[in-house]
Ligand binder design. Sequence first.
Ligand code: FPP
Length: 239
Amino acid sequence: MGKGDSGGPVPQHVAIIMDGNGRWAQQHKLPRLSGHEAGRKSVKRVVQAAIAHGVRYLTLYAFSVENWQRPREEVQGLMGLLRLVLREELAEMGREGVRLRAIGRLQDLPEAVREELAAAIEKTKSNTKLDLILALSYGSRVEITEAAKAIAREVKDGRLDPERIDENSISDHLYTRGIPDPDLLIRTSGEMRVSNFMLWQISYAEIHVTSVLWPDFGKEQFASALADYAKRERRFGGV
Ligand code: FPP
């Protein structure tokens, strides 16, 4: 773990629930999609800030399994924005050392998005500065259910002894296999919920909730979330 500007620890893994794009658009009397468009710029700012602070993993909750229920135009708009991020921003991010990864039910995504995603993941796979993990069609309960199924299949096939199942066995069957758990979870726009996001992985994460809406979230807000984290005393259930 590195030291931050304040001399305190820098979280190795930051996860963000990017909320408030709709409310931002409403405040500015703009369509909801303009809120998501503004949110895309925050993604870019926060990736740069994470690199500058020496954060190693950044997970962004970009689209939940529940988000498919939104109006068709909004879903299509979000998929379009995702393609723009993959095509335009990532080319630049890739040059800055960003490795793209994705977690979620990626098979649910439209084919064009899946192809673009696979290409961006392949192109950036040797980068080591920051792992940018996009949660897409992501739901934590679905993730844990799929892990339970995979483990059950291994037991049924005689490849796994049920008595040997431990916490690592579960972690190894999640989408985040091999990625350290988030140290800090940030949620924007003031809601006090975890919304089916990384329920297993955030067991010991510090939580920082800010009332700032995602499109207004930038370098300063990211730095203050990290400063807040640096002041916390993490005990992991000990004393
Ligand atoms: C939550 O705001 C945000 C989302 C559901 C989508 C997040 C998308 C982006 C930040 C833009 C594109 C970036 C990528 C990586 C695809 P909300 O609509 O729930 O806001 P509200 O609660 O105020 O309505």
